[in-house]
Design a protein around this ligand. Sequence first.
Ligand code: SAM
Length: 301
Amino acid sequence: MKIASNKLSALYEFYKTELSGMYDAGELYTIFEIVCEKYLKFSKTDVRQQFEANVNQSDLILIYDAAKALKTGLPVQYVLKEAFFYDSFFEVTPDVLIPRPETEELVDLIIKTVSGASQDPLFASPGALLDIGTGSGCIPVTLKKHLPAILAFGVDISEAALEVATKNARRHRADVHFQKVDILAPDAASLISNLNSQFSLLISNPPYIAHSEAAQMEQHVLAHEPHLALFVEYDDPAIFYKRIIDLCESCLAPGGYLFFELNPLFANDIKNYADRINLFNFAELIIDMSGKNRFLKARKK
Ligand SMILES: C[S@@+](CC[C@H](N)C(=O)[O-])C[C@H]1O[C@@H](n2cnc3c(N)ncnc32)[C@H](O)[C@@H]1O
């Protein structure tokens, strides 16, 4: 299909035709807005107010090419190579998970917890945080920006993800150290201790989807996001959580916090596991914006 003119409205008509059947009307308009924000540096209001304005030829080609890439089913964040997280943009490639709104909630919870504990010597000394399964690095980079005194580390099994995370730290001028670690490997505890003897914050949003849940997942997630970030390849879908809880014995400082993003399907099992090992003063489940048990916050004795 050809674009009728150089007007923004004509481009929007083109998007509607090219992507018909893939998104509902609201999603399609949001995607169009995101593309215009990126290539035209428009705000959402600009998009609405300048609907009849002409777009120059080079921008028109970029927006046209984005539609063609979107037509393959690629999520808009991978097409534009960036995703908005918390308060800024992060580079994303198909090697990393697109950061989710629930993870923004997790980061907010952590910032509020640490800000509320600013008199605590654990965070004044300065403390250190470790994000396990860091992906794009969105968690430690955002935390380092908001809690500048803290030493920040991120680990992941994927070298490709670590490259993206390193670029994001540079992009945000956040001093975060990244390292390759397989958290399930026998040497994980010693590799982590080599980064910093004990952490005041351990954070993880690990892979938490069992293959049996794949049938209920959206096709564009299954087709384009890294399965290494989504799926647990073991019989026990809570294996990452249990492993990280076990690591708290040696790697989390007394009084330090553990934060997880959880699969609500087995949130209670993980809380029970944390309660049973008798390492924490408390372990509480916290609900997300949609009312699901999504986070665990635990404090070591
Ligand atoms: C759900 S993604 C989370 C990414 C990012 N933290 C976020 O919240 O957007 C899980 C991450 O765990 C990593 N991962 C998978 N298996 C791992 C392992 N055995 N050891 C360390 N990281 C692993 C994946 O590469 C992926 O980046």
